[in-house]
Design a binder for this molecule. Structure first.
Ligand code: AMP
Length: 538
């Protein structure tokens, strides 16, 4: 049947089958818990309230909030009423924030109570926003200069829990809009269709991808304001999994307490999240025996981290890769059944790669001269993708769409190798690769090796101009607090000498207090490049 693939079907299944299952949130004044039965009533109320605020089909409803049950309510209410869920990144710089709200022409903005100041500071510059709604556990609006402004809870109180959902016949209708944190130029909007979200959710639930099941308690640490928390809230609601939301500014203690208390089975976050969690686990004991998988992506997970998590938590660490343009999951690293008995170092080398292609997608790896790179684990090329959850355009950006989507393929800008088993390794963003004497050096590989040194907390490697070699690597290293001032650059270089090719060894190691991060916790190497732009190696 030509049956439209929409979020309405996903929500309906949740409502009909999983009314008794729980949704738990670390709310502003403590742990909030309710069932999917309550959830569905509130989703209907939210849709009714948004209609009453004048939201029409196709209009953008922005959210500016942490991972919470209210955010999950918006995740379904907004697309199911035919409008577009636009999750705003709460860590954006002011000018990007202003640009995005105006580019998306958001009609209504739902804002978490504690984030009001950031919105108040810029509200005058948001002419399209007709109403602000404060998400809080209180029914009154705190003093604010936002106008007109409403309390989320009071709005829901005034509505019935029955909603006359529109029938969405076109599965290609835009359901969500996510902006990438572009490193050059303004952020780019990626429209997500109902169909794409549906098929992506189906794919990530499958056993060899993220394996999300009814019996799971799923805790996305990856923010709901970044790539829809990797699509996990949609998938988990559809399957009827319990969901656990870590709320505002969760630290390692909060995360470990939630894992222990709510018997979390699957959690997902960027490497820095798990590094912090591991550091606390080394000092304090937490029961994490409920976990069956830690999913980690967004930037390369160092091999040392994977090993420590698997040995410390006793659970599989699943390395994954994706980008905003791909909803996001594209690659997942799970060794095949016949690889389980590989020697430990080979097994971890495989887990350290970003993995094999998720079912449903197609990939090509294209070399500089336009040929397809052989699958030999050495030849490098740009990863190109196509499939039902790969975007075909940037929102209202035809020029930038043409630059990135060529001949029906999304050019990811990620340079990779593929081994004979089909495992893809991300070597670098095109712009981060270091070209030394005509040969490429992968900064990610070097960083991972440096981060396996016991004294190192974090490391970023950048290319510095060189008179002789065009570019040479330089390592910026953050030492763990106990080692600060006690380790010299030479020790790091000696450590590398037995682990990487001689010509890869950085010309210099500089110790820094912190590696600057992007708004979603990735290394922001452009700030390091700016800081060291006067440097020139011989
Ligand atoms: P974003 O669209 O902000 O999520 O960023 C996507 C980019 O993050 C990708 O193009 C990659 O460069 C990088 N990335 C995501 N996951 C990984 C990973 N597991 N390893 C290395 N880089 C990654």
């Amino acid at each position: 049947m030509p049956y439209p693939l929409t979020l309405a079907t996903m929500l309906q299944r949740n409502r009909l089958l999983f009314g008794k299952k729980e949704v738990v949130s670390r709310d502003f004044s403590g742990i909030h818990r309710y069932t999917y039965a309550d959830y569905n009533v509130r989703v209907a109320k939210l849709a009714n309230a948004l209609k009453r605020l004048g939201v029409r089909r196709g209009e953008r409803v922005a959210t500016f909030g942490w991972n919470s049950h209210r955010h999950l309510e918006a995740y379904f209410a907004v697309p199911c009423m035919g409008a577009v869920l636009h999750t705003l990144n709460i860590r954006l710089f002011e000018d990007q924030f202003t640009f995005i709200v105006n580019h998306a022409e958001d009609a209504v903005m739902l804002v978490d109570e504690d984030l009001l100041p950031a919105v108040e500071a810029l509200a005058d510059k948001f002419p399209t926003v007709r109403a602000f709604v404060v998400m809080s556990d209180k029914k009154i609006v705190p003093p604010t200069k936002l106008s007109p402004v409403y309390s989320y809870e009071a709005l829901l109180d005034a509505e019935t829990g029955e909603c006359d959902w529109p029938s969405l016949r076109d599965e290609n209708t835009m359901a969500a809009l996510c902006y990438t944190t572009a490193t050059t130029g303004n952020p780019k909007g990626v429209p997500y269709s109902h169909r794409g979200i549906y098929l992506h959710a189906l794919a990530i639930c499958s056993a060899d991808v993220l394996g999300i099941r009814e019996a799971d308690a799923v805790m996305p640490v990856v923010p709901m304001f970044h790539v829809n928390a990797w699509g996990i809230p949609f998938a988990a609601a559809w399957m009827g999994s319990k969901q656990v939301f870590p709320g505002a500014r969760p630290d390692a203690k909060a995360l470990l307490s939630l894992i222990r208390d709510e018997k979390v089975t699957i959690s997902a976050g960027v490497p820095t999240v798990w590094m912090g969690v591991l550091q606390l686990m080394e000092r304090e004991k937490y029961d994490v025996s409920s976990l069956k998988a830690i999913i980690c992506g967004g930037s390369a997970a160092p091999k040392a981290l994977i090993e420590k998590v698997e040995k410390g938590f006793g659970v599989p660490f699943i390395h994954a890769y994706g980008m905003t343009e791909t909803y996001p999951v594209v690659l997942v690293s799970r060794p095949k059944s016949y690889m389980k008995d590989l020697p430990e170092d080979e097994l971890y080398a495989c887990k350290g790669k970003q993995g094999t292609l998720v079912p449903g997608l197609e990939m090509r790896v294209v070399t500089e001269d336009g040929a397809e790179a052989p699958r030999d684990g050495k030849s490098m090329g740009e990863l190109r993708l196509r499939g039902p959850w790969i975007t075909e355009e940037y929102y209202r950006e035809p020029e930038r769409t043409r630059e990135t989507i060529r001949d029906g393929w999304l050019c990811t800008g990620d340079v990779v190798t593929v081994d004979p088993e089909g495992y893809v390794q991300i070597l670098d963003r095109t712009r981060d690769l270091i070209k030394s004497g005509g040969e490429w050096i992968s900064s990610i590989d070097l960083e991972n090796t440096i981060m396996s040194h016991p004294a190192v907390a974090e490391a970023a490697v950048i290319g510095v101009p060189s008179e002789k070699w065009t570019e040479r690597p330089m390592a910026c290293v953050v030492l763990k607090p106990d080692f600060a001032g006690k380790v010299e650059g030479k020790e790091i270089l000696d450590f590398l000498a037995t682990r990487v090719a001689k010509w890869w060894i950085p010309d210099e190691v500089v110790f820094v207090d912190a590696i600057p991060k992007t708004s979603v916790g990735k290394f922001a190497k452009r700030f390091l490049r700016d800081r060291f732009k006067e440097k020139l190696f011989a």
